[in-house]
Design a protein around this ligand. Structure first.
Ligand SMILES: [Ca+2]
Ligand SMILES: [Ca+2]
Length: 255
């Protein structure tokens, strides 16, 4: 038991990941950089808002509601959930995405620009990516059916419930948080649908959504890529911690 606590302490020191009593892991990025975390193969980083000119970034999903909100990117004129229709909520081809290499692994990068009252925090409780072949959906019913019954190519909660607390800054910028999702999970072709939800977690913890819309954009061939900070030491620390847990589990299993 003592070893277990030690390993957990190492993990806590390297990543902003804390297990709550309800079994929900909390990645706390609400303090801004250099906070970071990891869940189910993805890496999440707090980022500083860096003002960019109109047209430099190309959002593909805007969603807004309170006290919780869900959105999915689509070019359907009357999109479902809490999507904000318009040119900044639209279909997205996987092939348009640029890859970001982090610790020798290729990822796709999705950035979030949150807008909350008083620049307050917001909690992300759902982050799923679906990939479909053929033409993009033109029916909101079909799209919601995908969310309800489809198998996600990537699900941040796929290895256990996760809540991500994120700071928000006013105005458009390069975002308050970005997430790196393994290319190996998504593939290189098809239509990409990001289904993202914000608000309190299932145990009532975290921060509600409010005020202005949350906005997502992806790193594409003509979009800025953000360099992941601390590209090595933290992940190496995590690797050491995970290796420690692995050997600890083996030790327990063989005891
Ligand atoms: Ca913001
Ligand atoms: Ca908001």
């Amino acid at each position: 038991m003592k070893n277990k606590i030690t390993v957990f302490a190492i993990m806590s020191a390297s990543l902003a990941l804390v297990a709550t009593s309800e079994g929900i892991s909390v990645i706390d990025l609400s303090g801004g950089p250099p906070a970071q975390g990891s869940a189910n193969g993805a890496y999440l980083f707090a980022s500083d808002p860096q003002p960019t000119g109109t047209g430099v970034i190309d959002p593909f999903l805007r969603e807004q509601n309170k006290p919780s909100e869900f959105g999915i990117n689509t070019s359907i004129s009357k999109p479902p959930y809490d999507d904000k229709p318009g040119p900044w909520t639209h279909d997205l081809k996987v092939s348009s995405l640029a890859t970001v290499t982090y610790n020798s692994v290729n990822y796709y990068q999705f950035s979030l620009d949150g807008n909350q009252e008083m620049n307050g925090p917001i909690s992300m409780t759902t982050f799923k990516i679906f990939v479909t072949g053929g033409d993009p959906f033109t029916s909101d019913t079909d799209l919601m059916n995908l969310v309800d019954t489809g198998t996600a190519a990537f699900d941040l909660n796929g290895a256990g419930a996760v809540r991500v607390d994120i700071t928000s800054q006013n105005g458009s910028g390069s975002g308050d948080m970005y997430i790196l999702v393994p290319v190996s999970d998504i593939g290189t072709t098809g239509n990409l649908y990001l289904y993202a939800g914000f608000g309190l977690d299932s145990a009532g913890g975290g921060y509600e959504s409010n005020s202005g819309f949350e906005e997502w954009y992806a790193s594409t061939s003509n979009q800025p890529r953000i360099t992941a900070p601390d590209g090595g030491s933290t992940v190496a620390l995590l690797g050491a911690a995970l290796a420690g847990m692995y050997f600890l589990r083996r030790k327990i299993a063989h005891a």
